[in-house]
Ligand binder design. Sequence first.
Ligand code: SAH
Length: 262
Amino acid sequence: MLIKAKKSLGQNFLVDKNILKKIVSISNILHKDVLEIGPGTGNLTEYILQEKPNKIFLIEKDKILFDQLQLKFQNRVEIKNEDILKIDEKNISNKKLIVFGNLPYNISTEIICNWILRLKKDFWFSELILMFQKEVADRIVSKTNTPNYGRLSILLNWKMNVSKVFDISPNCFFPKPKVYSSLIHFTPKKNYFRINKSSNLEMITRVFFNQKRKMIKNPLRQIFINYREISNKLKLDLNSRPQNLSLETYCNIVREYEKLKS
Ligand code: SAH
């Protein structure tokens, strides 16, 4: 298949067979329903099909690639020519989906935040296996008290178990991207810290990490008039920095904020 890759759609196709094989072996696909977003030329799709899923759904925004995928796979896949940012994923299947995606980097971050934070009820997926720019992946998997720990780590670890599977060299793609990529595996947590609104966790972490290098006394004071009382109750060290507070502590701060507002 001869394709002129479109930069605007982040088209860097994975061509390294070893990596493609490793990606499909991350999860047990047999008899499951799979969704692949941005299948491109269908390189990964072929490997997914070899693992005998029950069904595979593809969503590809590029009309030219969509037409070629239809020709290539015919009735072995269910394919839609749509933008993943505009569809309602809950309507794709009534079974929980295993999702694979090597999308443009900015889209990966946007959809993952949408899926995890805006979710009203149950998750419509059982697993997400998504590609990110390595730098972003490192922030997503970072632990408290490390330099890359920040909003992304907190927001995405809140409801999900998150692990980096491996880094992928630019040489595994065609055309080659400028940076390294990393694959991240997300599975829903059975138990997570309950808060009323995810938007409050977004807001609180925004206020804290806007002043990343300052002591937490500043953001706390900005959010609570009675900040001393709150810091005593939650046993916060006012001299610590936003990077020193755990996910649990951020959720506790959100709960205090929600009590105040209710
Ligand atoms: N997964 C393939 C292709 C990666 S390139 C592989 O690894 O080889 C990224 C793919 O995502 C391209 O096919 C591009 O057309 C598609 N894409 C980009 N934006 C999209 C969007 N918003 N919705 C669905 N597909 C999109």
